[in-house]
Design a protein around this ligand. Structure first.
Ligand code: PLP
Length: 384
């Protein structure tokens, strides 16, 4: 079989056997190195997607590869019934590098947000407000996941409509609108959830004043403030955590995408006060925080949190923005974002440009219909 025949065969299998929830382009990726991916026919693609903000260290990072080889000969899974070194050491490292006091691991971003909602609901329950304090406030253009709970907090008609009725007592308030937030958050609010920089919604940053207002309102009404840093966290925006620049800290922060460099993991980082209300049996997961995935996450976290690494993200992010702003096109209306989380808003649907990129050997992804999103591996250099 030629590589072309093999490619056609794989595409046929995909079309015949996978549930068609993704429209995949007509090539089959086979390997990668650094910021480049290669398809089965040997074509090279510069990757500006990084598995949608996942592969922070690109492909075939030598430290990740070595750690994986070492971990593969050890324990892969033992259950959360038991202790292993990697999950404890990763939790300690996350706590040391953040506002948090404790960590609960999950397997994905949606699952981390599901857990965060449960933690917040348990907080209200343990204070004696079982039924009165169940409202969750989220914001316009938010994306928190695809499970029934998290899709309820993702106010996009296309994602929600076929799955109604969704989770009860969710209120959608306008992103960055201080007065609107003041009108909806009250004693009935159990939690407020926000992405400090919205990803899927089109790369929109929350202002520091807005985050501070949410912090103040949550303090005033005894509600839990959740920052969803599943996409914007872990160095992507030029600080280890995206919320750092605002000076506002949450009660819970959720992480996922880049944490284990491409292996599935999520994490719920919490204050001691939140941790204290969660008792044995209140939440759990079969796979989460297993020794293989957490040992790799520790390697990724150690690398990404180095000051030199973060400085590199800032330098390349600034350079990227600068070069993008030199493109003189009436079709571009705004270039926004921070670090290597950049959105290029256009007057047109960007999807034909994504397809053009495939032809030219550049992988790109949209964030909404008219925003091109650049979330490359954080290791890219000026030449890329
Ligand atoms: N939260 C944010 C901000 C995201 O961008 C995503 C995924 O894109 C999720 C949650 C859901 O993560 P997952 O796809 O791992 O469930």
């Amino acid at each position: 079989m030629t590589t072309t025949d093999l490619t056609d065969h794989i595409i046929e299998l995909e079309q015949d056997y996978l549930v068609q929830t993704y429209k995949r382009p007509p090539f089959v990726l086979s390997h990668g190195e650094g910021a480049y991916l290669y398809d089965m026919e040997g074509k090279k693609y510069l990757d500006m997607v990084a598995g949608i903000a996942v592969n922070a260290l690109g492909y075939a990072d030598p430290d990740v590869t070595q750690a994986l080889q070492q971990a593969a000969g050890g324990l892969i899974h033992v259950s959360n019934l038991y202790n292993t070194a990697p999950h404890a050491e990763l939790a300690a490292a996350l706590v040391e590098k953040s506002f948090a006091d404790r960590v609960f691991f999950s397997n994905s971003g949606a699952e981390a947000n599901e857990g965060a909602i449960k933690f917040a609901r348990k907080m209200a329950y343990s204070k004696g407000f079982a039924e009165q304090k169940t409202q969750i406030v989220c914001f316009s253009h938010a994306f928190h996941g695809r499970t029934i709970g998290t899709v309820s907090l993702t106010p996009k008609e296309k994602y929600q409509k076929p799955f109604k009725p969704l989770m009860q007592n969710v209120i959608v308030s306008e992103f960055n609108d201080i007065e609107a937030a003041k009108n909806v958050i009250g004693t009935q609010t159990a939690a407020v959830i926000i992405e400090p920089i919205q990803g899927e919604g089109g790369i929109h940053a929350a202002t520091a004043q807005f985050l501070q207002t949410l912090r103040d309102l949550c303090d005033q009404y005894d509600a839990v403030l959740i920052f969803d840093e599943v996409q914007c966290g872990m160095g992507r925006t030029g600080t280890l955590w995206a919320h750092e620049v605002s000076g506002v800290t949450p009660d819970i922060m959720t992480l996922a995408k880049p944490l284990a460099g491409g292996l599935p993991i999520g994490a719920i980082l919490v204050t001691q006060e939140i941790a204290d209300v969660m008792q044995p049996g209140d939440h759990g997961s079969t796979f989460a925080g297993g020794p293989l995935v957490t040992s790799i996450a520790k390697v990724v976290l150690d690398k990404v949190s180095q000051p030199d690494f973060i400085a590199h993200v800032n330098e390349i992010g600034d350079y990227f923005m600068e070069r993008l702003s030199e493109i003189n096109s009436p079709l571009i209306t705004e270039i926004r974002g921070r670090g290597l989380m950049i959105g290029l808003e256009m007057t047109v649907d960007v999807n034909p440009l994504v397809a053009k990129g495939y032809e030219q050997g550049v992988l790109m992804v949209n964030a909404g219909e008219n925003v091109m999103r650049f979330v490359p591996p954080l290791i890219i250099e000026k030449q890329h």
